[in-house]
Design a protein around this ligand. Structure first.
Ligand code: BGC
Length: 250
């Protein structure tokens, strides 16, 4: 079953058709910078551009960097506030004329990693954390997603975790990899204490540079691994979520 996956991020909107059985992209992905401001109308136009680029007429899965319940976007920590309370599924369906599924970006990446990547065949609780513009989280218990966790916003030393330890915070505060890794470690210790996971997967843009910071992190008690699908996890997870009933992998 082939599905178009589109991953809306703080800096880029990326899409590609996905073979949802193999968990691979069928064509080179298209990346278009996220419009500024990242308001719903301009973002939907980019989604339409991606659909047209691939001449797509099938189902489409779309990630959004905030809470999504029944297609309605409920929060907007790193995008335009006009998304709050918007029926995003309807907006994208009206703009593209196609069947659309919308879900949180970290949830999509987590499902992709749990199905085809670093969490494959893992029982118990897998926690995926994505470090990018913000910090996203996904909980997958025995292969089943518990959606819309928002562990990037837990408080550490009086600050929201994502303001201290996202990849954006590393760049904005000009932190060395070593210093940033120390903040990530504090954060992971909190997560470990709260959830006792069987595995933590580190994703987002930084997963490509795991060799720069993972050696500085010591987490006793929980295996910690970089994401395998890296930049493609969001696209693949979006496509998995949009498979019509009957096409799920069992
Ligand atoms: C949002 C999450 C999102 C994460 C990564 C956070 O600020 O609240 O919903 O998954 O950023 O984009």
């Amino acid at each position: 079953m082939n599905v178009l996956g589109i991953d809306i991020g703080g800096s880029g909107i990326k899409g590609a058709p996905v073979d949802t059985v193999a968990g691979t992209l069928l064509e080179e992905r298209l990346r278009i910078p996220t419009p500024s401001p990242s308001a719903p109308g301009p973002v939907a136009e980019v989604v339409r551009e991606i659909v047209e680029h691939f001449s797509w007429t099938g189902p489409v899965g779309i990630t959004y960097p905030g809470v999504v319940v029944d297609g309605v976007t409920r929060t907007a920590a790193n995008v335009d506030r006009a998304w709050i309370g918007l029926d995003a599924r309807k907006l994208f369906a009206d703009t593209t004329g196609l069947d659309v599924t919308v879900l949180n970006d970290a949830d999509a990446a987590g499902v992709a990693e749990a199905t085809f990547g670093a969490g494959r065949d893992r029982r118990g609780l897998v926690v995926m954390l994505t470090f990018g513009t913000g910090i996203g989280s996904a909980l997958i218990m025995d292969g089943v997603l518990i959606p819309n966790t928002e562990f990037g916003h837990i408080e550490i030393k009086g600050h929201e975790a994502e303001h201290r330890a996202s990849d954006h915070a590393r760049e904005a505060h000009d932190l060395s990899w070593d210093k940033w890794a120390h903040r990530v470690q504090e954060y992971l210790e909190h997560i470990q204490a709260l959830l006792s996971p069987s595995l933590i997967v580190i994703g987002g843009g930084v997963s490509r540079k795991a060799d720069k910071f993972l050696p500085h992190i010591e987490l006793t008690g929980t295996p910690l691994v970089p994401a395998l699908l890296q930049n493609e996890a969001g696209i693949i997870g979006a496509a998995l979520a949009a498979r019509p009933a009957g096409h799920e992998i069992t």
